[in-house]
Design a protein around this ligand. Sequence first.
Ligand code: SF4
Length: 145
Amino acid sequence: MSPSPWYHDGLRFECQRSGHCCTGEPGTVRLTAAEVRALAARLGLKREAFTAMYTRRLPSGAISLRERPNHDCVFFDAALGCEVYMQRPRQCRTWPFWRALVHSPKHWEEAARTCPGINRGPLHAAESIRRTSEEDGTSGELPDD
Ligand code: SF4
């Protein structure tokens, strides 16, 4: 049996629509093939056109959404928020219960400094957090301690 995680009593999170996880530092938003198809359909584009306009290939071979020159996500609108919210990728849906963030209290609290939704709102159960973090849509790489 695996040991109890540090967040065994659960963690609080409620999105405040700050947009901080869609802007700021350079980053990646990975897309599965199914997510590419869903977003292309949402925008009325063929998959190839969507891929050329809105995505970039990472050195690993994975596909990521493009960023604007200021590093905002290509789908982030300052007034409206996410322009594809209902079709947003899994990586966006699982924030902040990413493996890299729930790895330790230190990484969780670091994320809380820029995300106003962390540590407020409803309590999410440890088991649900664990399951989400195991399929968070990110690369799954753990940060250096
Ligand atoms: S797809 Fe939407 S939710 Fe995800 S980073 Fe871009 S703007 Fe934010």
